[in-house]
Structures are given as C-alpha cells and as structure tokens.
Write a protein that binds this ligand. Structure first.
Ligand code: NAP
Length: 287
C-alpha cells in the first residue's frame, strides 16, 4: 500500500515539535493546559506533555529528549538548579536567578533560560493601573527561589530600594549580599516598619497557599498607595490580597505570572508569540 506522506497524520505527527514540563511530582502542573490551549487556538502542530522524572533520572532523561523529538521543556521543582548546571548555554537572567525554568534544545545543546522574573513583571505591567518602579521601594516577603526572580526583575526595572523579610533571616541576608546595596534585610518582627513608605508589597513565601499556613502580617500597615501582589495563585484570592483590597490598595493576583512566564518558551518551541488574555485565564482555571 502506498502511503501519502503529506496527508498521513501518523507520519506527520512524528515531526511535530514536542515540549513538556519535567517535575517530580508534576501531576498538579497547569502548564499542559496552558500550552495546549495556545496550540489549539493558533492551529499549530505540536504536543506539550507532563513528564514525571525523579531527580536521579533527570540528567539522563534530559540528554535523550532531543533524540525523541523534543524541542525543549519547562523544568520545575526539584530540577530548576540542576538544569542550570547541566545546560551548555545559560542566559544572563537565568544566571542572575540561579535556576532555570525553560530549556531550549539546539541540536544536542541545551540552552537554559529563566522566565519567572519576566513573567512576574509582565503580570504587573498588564494588570496594574500604573506600574512605575523607577525610584520606588519594594517590600518583599520571602527569600526562596521565587524571591530571586522578583529581586532580579525589579532591579532590572529600575527599583530604588528592596526590603526583604524572611522567616530564616540568614537566607534573606545571603540574597542581600548577592544582589548588592539596593537590597536591605528586615527582621520579620519589624514588618510594619519595613512596609512604611513602600510602593510595592510582594509575597513570595508559600504562606497562604492551599494546605500551607495563612500569611499573618500587620495588615494595618498596608496603605492605599501600595500595589500588592501575591505569587501564590492557589487560591487566587489570598488573604493578603483580600486584606490589601479592603484597605484600598491595588492588587494583582499571581496567576498572570504563571501565564506570562510561559510565553517565551512557547515562542521558542512552536514559533509563535502567544497572547495572555482572559480566554487563557479561563481555560487554565477550568472555567
Ligand atoms: P521556596 O524556594 O521553597 O521558598 C519558600 C519561601 O516561603 C521561603 O522564603 C520560606 O521561608 C517561606 N516559607 C515557607 N513556609 C513558611 C512558613 N510556614 N512560615 C514562614 N515562611 C515560610 O519556594 P519558591 O519557589 O520561592 O516559591 C514560593 C511561592 O511562590 C510558592 O507558593 C510558589 O507556588 C509560588 N510561585 C508562584 C509562581 C507564579 O508563577 N505565580 C512562580 C514561582 C513560585 P524560609 O526561607 O524560612 O524557609
């Protein structure tokens, strides 16, 4: 039987670009739904799948993916730092953040990028009435991996001063040492003092996330001129955002960061710069 290569879907699909998200575990990831929406919406050939890979198998699996038709992957917990070490080429922003979340395969070379800071800032640019970081003060809660993306992107955007408080003080001090003299550390007990005079308040701790302890801070120190955002997006409306909105602050939820950080990877793998809009939000939220 003669097979018509042009119209045979099975053969064509072998050549469609593959991408995915590698994590351990990864079943909870919203990325397959997000990228799947864009692929359908723009009528592009390709597949985006969840790849559950244990830490001990990560390097070996990664090495083999280009040979299986993968053009790149997102990496999530616990592989973000390892991915950076394994990569052949690392972008400046991934170096600054110290972790990778987006890998692009160029032949058998791995290019590591980190789009979390980009996603964070784009979320504010798209959803805040006025986002003018130049000359302003940021108060940041948390000093983990996500905090690094927030600090690095806010510094790039021209912020004048960053104040950090974290449960483990030494972790905040290490960030201040690394990012330089615009970054100051405050004790968690002095949050009211830290918040005073801030234009931006960001929660990058996991507190407030479903199943985690509630974020308890001196909420009365929030004032209407502050723009408040939470990286936690499950639930979408966190206590921080509710308390801030009740005091007249502008608030932006954390889902937009997740959506925007996916854009550069999608473009690199599937060749199309996708839109972040209400339709995508609704799809990802399953509405
Ligand atoms: P991480 O590296 O594990 O850092 C967790 C942070 O939360 C640390 O500052 C930690 O303080 C603090 N923390 C955790 N439990 C605490 C508690 N019971 N009391 C006080 N502080 C506590 O995690 P990450 O990668 O930075 O992520 C942090 C949050 O951001 C997560 O909820 C994650 O889902 C979210 N996130 C969202 C996006 C998005 O696209 N919206 C992207 C990245 C991350 P210690 O240093 O004292 O442990």
């Amino acid at each position: 039987m003669k097979i018509d290569v042009e119209t045979n879907e099975t053969i064509k699909s072998r050549h469609a670009p593959l991408a995915g998200v590698i994590g351990w575990p990864v079943f909870h990831s919203l990325s397959p739904r997000l990228h799947g929406h864009w692929l359908r919406r723009y009528g592009l050939e390709g597949q985006y799948v969840a790849l559950p890979v244990a830490p001990e198998n990560f390097a070996e699996v990664l090495k083999n993916l280009p040979r299986c038709g993968f053009v790149g992957v997102n990496v999530t917990v616990p592989h973000k730092e390892t991915a950076l070490q394994i990569a052949d080429i690392v972008t400046d922003r991934a170096k600054a953040i110290g972790a990778a979340n987006t890998l692009v395969f160029d032949g058998d070379k791995i290019i590591a990028d980190n789009t979390d800071g980009y996603g964070f800032i784009e979320n504010l640019r798209q959803n805040a009435q006025s986002f003018v970081p130049e000359g302003k003060v940021l108060s940041l809660l948390g000093a983990g991996g996500a905090a690094r993306a927030v600090i690095s992107s806010f510094l790039d955007a021209g912020i004048a001063e960053i104040r950090i408080a974290n449960r483990t003080l030494t972790r905040a001090e290490a960030l201040a040492d690394e990012f330089g003299n615009k970054v100051a550390v405050y004790d968690w007990k002095n949050l009211a003092r830290m918040l005073k005079g801030s234009s931006f308040v960001v929660n990058s701790t996991s507190m407030g996330m479903l199943g985690q302890p509630e974020l308890a801070i001196p909420y009365d120190a929030l004032t209407p001129e502050m723009l408040v955002t939470d990286l936690v997006y499950n639930p979408l409306q966190t206590r921080l955002l509710a308390e801030a909105a009740a005091r007249g602050c502008e608030v932006v939820d954390g889902l937009g960061m997740l959506l925007h950080q996916a854009v550069p990877g999608f473009e690199a793998w599937f060749g199309y710069w996708p839109e972040v809009d209400e339709m995508l939000r609704a799809e990802v939220l399953g509405r």
